[in-house]
Design a protein around this ligand. Structure first.
Ligand code: EZ4
Ligand code: CO
Length: 402
């Protein structure tokens, strides 16, 4: 089965998405997500200018060989742009292989390990009371696990607080918007939020929290310890993770489970974190970590150390990524949880999909391939709209981690 053509589709049905579509001489095609939030066109160019020309004429069934060709063949290894581009090719080829076999991708991987994929949604409010209400709303929607983020007194533009409520979109401006961060205010506030959440909603619902890279290791250790009474499912991205050894310090100070990896793109980004059992959940994704082929390797390494998967699933990961992720999640033995932020109706219409939500669980459906398509005519009606992620500064004006 030869690859006869490939194209990049950039569309903005409420937010920007980059999708690769690969066509074959058998009439089968596959799609893969290539969206890198705020840097979309760099991946589109990488694919169009450097990857598509070398795909034409290749055997679409040789997924592993094409992965190795693109990874080794680039000479310049790793990095978010390269690995998102490889991921898009890899996902599209798994989609094609599934269609050729007449099977959903989870069947090709080894079949379902579970009946459904536990997901967590995002509840957020302007203050504690509002966030408590929003968590209640997610419980009513059937969610078994909920991430809670709140506005913080003294912090302008706290991470994770939506302008509307249901659809949080941080990439909100053509040039980065400015937010202000105050660590002391946050460290005093966060335990109060979770104290109230447990008082009102009890301990049967799983609660998660994203620190979004804002703390130093010792501050993260203190927050983890202060949150221990509230039994979090996880504390996410508590400190930047380029220095994987930094998590030794966090780990010494708290039993709150730790999740890291939404910005990782390679197994090498998480090797020490996993092998030293410094984390509990690895958040690498299909789209930003080299596709299903590479995610399989990361999950296999993690399984040796009882680290479970908890893939990133914000709205900037397209339904094509979600479909691939859910097929992976249904199979992967050491699955933990999957993040699930709902897409808008416009996005869902551009990407018709087989996956469904029921009572806190998603299922990828049983369509051959990843179970997600793209309506190109509809996609063409939503032109690219440049948007970047915000930046964060400390109260004295110095740059910090957003
Ligand atoms: O800020 O995907 O856990 N989820 C997150 C996300 C990220 C965005 C950045 O593009 O941290 O909301
Ligand atoms: Co996050």
């Amino acid at each position: 089965m030869k690859i006869t053509g490939a194209k990049v589709i950039v569309t903005c049905p409420g937010r920007n998405f980059v999708t690769l579509k690969i066509e074959t001489d058998q009439g089968l095609y596959g799609i893969g997500d290539a969206t890198l939030n705020g840097r979309e066109l760099s991946v589109a160019s990488y694919l169009t200018d450097h990857v598509i020309p070398v795909l034409i004429g290749r055997d679409a069934s040789r997924i592993e060989d094409i992965w190795q060709y693109l990874y080794r063949g680039a000479y310049w290894r790793r990095g978010p742009v390269t690995m998102s581009a490889i991921a898009a090719v890899d996902t599209a080829l798994w989609d094609i292989k599934g269609k050729a076999a007449g099977m959903p991708v989870y069947q090709l991987l080894g079949g379902a390990s579970r009946d459904g994929v536990l997901v967590y949604g995002h509840a957020n409010g302007n203050d504690i009371e509002h966030t408590v209400d929003e968590v209640g709303r997610y419980i009513e929607l059937g969610y078994k696990a909920i991430r809670a983020q709140s506005g913080i007194p003294g912090v302008k533009g706290a991470y994770g607080v939506a302008k509307g409520t249901m659809y949080y979109e941080p990439a909100d401006s053509a040039l980065p918007s400015e937010t202000v961060w105050n660590t002391s205010s946050y460290l005093n506030f966060a335990p109060k939020l979770f104290d109230k959440l447990r008082e009102v909603h009890g301990y049967d619902v799983e609660l998660l929290h994203d620190v979004h890279h804002r703390l130093t290791p010792i501050e993260a250790g203190r927050l983890g310890r202060d949150l221990e009474p509230y039994r979090l499912f996880w504390m996410e991205d508590c400190t930047p993770a380029e220095n994987q050894e930094a998590f030794r310090l966090v780990r010494q100070h708290t039993t709150t489970p730790l999740a890291v990896g939404e910005i990782f793109n390679s197994i090498h980004d998480c090797r020490t974190l996993i092998q030293e059992q410094l984390i509990d959940y690895i958040r690498t994704t299909v789209v930003h970590a080299g596709g299903i082929t590479h995610l399989k390797q990361i999950a296999a390494l993690a399984a040796l150390y009882q680290v479970r998967t908890g893939s990133h699933g914000a709205t900037d990961l397209s339904p094509a990524c979600m479909g691939a992720a859910l097929n992976f999640d249904l199979w992967v033995p050491n699955f933990g949880i999957q993040e699930y932020m709902r897409h808008t109706e416009e996005t869902d219409a551009v990407f018709p999909h087989a996956y469904t939500f029921d009572d806190g669980y998603l299922h990828p459906g049983n369509e051959p391939g990843i179970g997600v398509d793209i309506d190109e005519a509809l996609a063409a009606k939503y032109p690219y709209d440049p948007k970047q992620l915000p930046v964060a500064r400390l109260t004295d004006g110095a740059m910090w981690n957003w």
